[in-house]
Design a protein around this ligand. Structure first.
Ligand code: ATP
Length: 597
């Protein structure tokens, strides 16, 4: 459906979200608050299901990952160590005329003729502020002068006479506001962390931040969690929780919000030098695709590939087909200095950019990053507390290496640690000394673990699932006439309501009583919606729009009015195929659970 990719489709999804109670604008009664959203009854269930499936697959179904739930506000030094205080910023620009703010890299490039002015004056006042206006080809100069006049008028010059008009051809420039042609300010960094004060005094020492990501809490609790869970590297810690970013330009519905939820795993692994010392060789990916069950001799590349593939498998398991996803490997200049590789998992949202062939390129759902030992090393340096681990196997293996191998591994480890320390601004002498100590520690079985980080957004995933589920098709009404319907084709695993139970008629107490009995059998195990209002066809339509995969109708057959064979059976209808089958009430729960797997 070509329409699936248009802005019109997105509008339909946004309006359905409001109409059905998936997502509302936050503070709507007060005109809304840009970048904040509330999830209504169906949206709240959808998000819970996303988080539950993620949590289950990431920790409950594994031996090597445990969970954490940390506080949102943490010690401000944590954000210095992580680099967020100094570098977590986007470049922003403001329109010189309207003051509207844009993210510098998101300004649509413009071409045309720029009309520049060195200032403006009237009988009493003069402004030397430089200003220019970009006009698209074919627009008369008068429109540029009109905008410039407005600019100088706002600087307090009544009836300004423009000074020094000059024109210049401009190609693909991001220096002008696409909405009015006005010049933008020079780009300047804007820190995205939301600030607050902890305690009664609003002083500089009391500044704290709402966390911009959940990951850092995992690093700072790494040692505690490792001890209490009796885990050994390789193992992971995962967390789901709110994060906050003062995004310059929230947009695309919930895609870029200022408050959102993340689902993050930090999976700690041995450095490759330790693997090589223990096993003689580091296993590296030989082919693409899932590398299978984890092995002790895997280096960071195998683990990275493993987590990328695990994450794709997760998305497919909740109903996002592989062809709707994109595996994007960040290029050298896009990678953070400490990252060895990052794969972004993109979903082809209707608002994604298109490539030259007209295909949707996708927008980020999740990043899977190989972050070296950067994070734990930073917290070790900033807190003064050790984040190294002791590896019995490494300690045992090292003395058995020949001198050449010992020297080779020590040197490689020394160089990596030195490079890290120099990058963080340590003096060369201190860096070498520290790196030598680190290499020495390695030979005794100690190191700072490396990490692979799959980091996903709950809200972006909810939006992807909503976009993916939205379909329009034709279904017969009561009289068999085809009418168009909207169906949210959610996978049963994440559908907000799993099954709807309907008595055929509301005014027949026996039907209502039986239907409520069926509802009560299912309710302890599945989210059930009981609905007796209106014609049965209308009730189906309501559930189709909510994305309920199964409908159960209790009719006169159920009551035994048409013979013993059908007594205590119900009609089970599937949303997608609209197929109906008769199922015994006693078998119903198992039949539904079977379809949900
Ligand atoms: P982007 O480049 O789109 O701003 P990012 O690379 O900064 O995202 P990360 O810091 O890697 O994002 O965060 C991990 C995940 O958290 C993202 O993949 C995304 O799903 C989610 N996320 C990040 N920022 C936002 C936001 N403003 N609104 C909703 N979800 C977000």
């Amino acid at each position: 459906m070509a329409e699936r990719n248009t802005g019109e489709l997105m509008e339909k999804i946004v309006s359905l979200c409001k109409r059905k109670g998936f997502i509302f604008q936050s503070s709507e009664m007060y005109g809304g608050l840009n970048g904040f959203w509330d999830y209504g009854p169906l949206g709240a269930e959808l998000k819970r299901n996303i988080k539950e499936t993620w949590w289950r697959s990431m920790t409950q179904l594994r031996d090597d990952v445990v969970g954490l739930e940390a506080s949102i506000i943490m010690h401000p030094r944590i954000w210095e160590a992580s680099g967020h205080t100094s570098t977590f910023s986007d470049l922003m620009v403001d329109c010189l005329l309207t003051k509207k703010r844009f993210r510098a890299d998101q300004v649509e490039p413009q071409s045309g003729l720029a009309y520049g002015y060195t200032g403006a004056k009237n009988d009493v006042k003069e402004s030397k502020d430089v200003f220019s206006v970009l006009l698209p080809p074919g627009k008369p100069p008068e429109s540029a002068r009109k905008v410039a006049t407005q600019f100088y008028r706002e600087r307090g010059i009544e009836n300004p006479v423009l000074i020094g008009e000059q024109t210049e051809k401009v190609e693909n420039s991001q220096r002008y506001n696409p909405e009015n042609g006005s010049l933008l300010t020079e780009p300047r960094p804007f820190n995205l962390m939301l600030k607050t004060y902890v305690g009664p005094v609003e002083s500089a020492e009391n500044i704290s931040y709402l966390r911009p990501e959940t990951a850092q809490a995992i690093f700072v609790q790494f040692k505690n969690v490792m001890e209490v869970s009796r885990q050994k590297v390789p193992f992971g810690i995962c967390q789901i929780g709110k994060a906050f970013r003062n995004e310059i330009n929230p947009r695309n519905f919930t895609f870029r919000s200022r408050e959102f939820e993340q689902m993050e795993l930090e999976f700690f692994i041995r450095p490759d030098e330790a693997i090589e010392a223990i096993f003689g060789k580091v296993a590296k990916p030989a082919t693409t695709g899932h590398p299978g069950e984890p092995q002790a001799n895997w280096g960071w590349q195998m683990w990275h590939q493993y987590w990328v593939e695990e994450r794709f498998a997760y998305y497919e398991s909740i109903g996002l087909p592989r062809h709707t996803l994109v595996e994007y490997w960040q290029k050298g200049d896009e990678l953070a200095h400490y990252a060895r590789a990052t794969v972004d998992i993109l979903y082809k949202f209707p608002f994604s950019k298109r490539n030259e062939a007209g295909e949707l390129m996708g927008e980020e759902l999740e990043g899977v990053a190989a972050r070296s030992d950067f994070d734990l090393s930073q917290h070790q340096r900033f807190s003064g507390k050790q984040t190294i681990v002791f590896d019995e196997e490494l300690k045992g293996a090292w003395p058995k290496l020949d001198d050449g191998k010992k020297a080779e591994l020590s040197l490689r480890f020394f160089e990596a640690r030195q490079k890290y320390l120099l990058k963080t601004g340590e003096q060369p002498e201190k860096s070498s000394k520290q790196a030598r100590e680190d290499a020495d520690n390695l030979s005794k079985g100690y190191y700072v673990p490396h990490v692979i980080e799959p980091s996903a957004g709950v809200d972006r995933l909810a939006l992807a699932l909503l976009c993916n589920a939205y379909t329009e098709d034709q279904a017969p009404d009561e009289k068999g006439k085809l009418e168009s319907r909207v169906v949210m084709r959610f996978h049963p695993r994440i559908a907000p309501v799993k099954v709807a139970v309907f008595p055929l008629l509301k005014n027949k107490p026996e039907l209502v009583k039986k239907a409520k009995e069926v509802r009560d059998i299912l309710r302890p195990h599945l989210s059930v919606d009981y609905d007796e209002a209106g014609a049965i066809g209308r009730r189906y339509r309501r559930q189709d729009e909510a994305g309920t995969p199964f409908g159960v109708t209790i009719d006169f057959d159920t009551l035994g009015e048409n013979g013993e064979a059908l007594k205590d059976t119900v009609t089970l209808r599937e949303r997608d195929t609209m197929k109906q089958e008769r199922v015994k009430v006693v078998d119903l729960l198992n039949a539904l659970l079977g379809k949900m797997r």
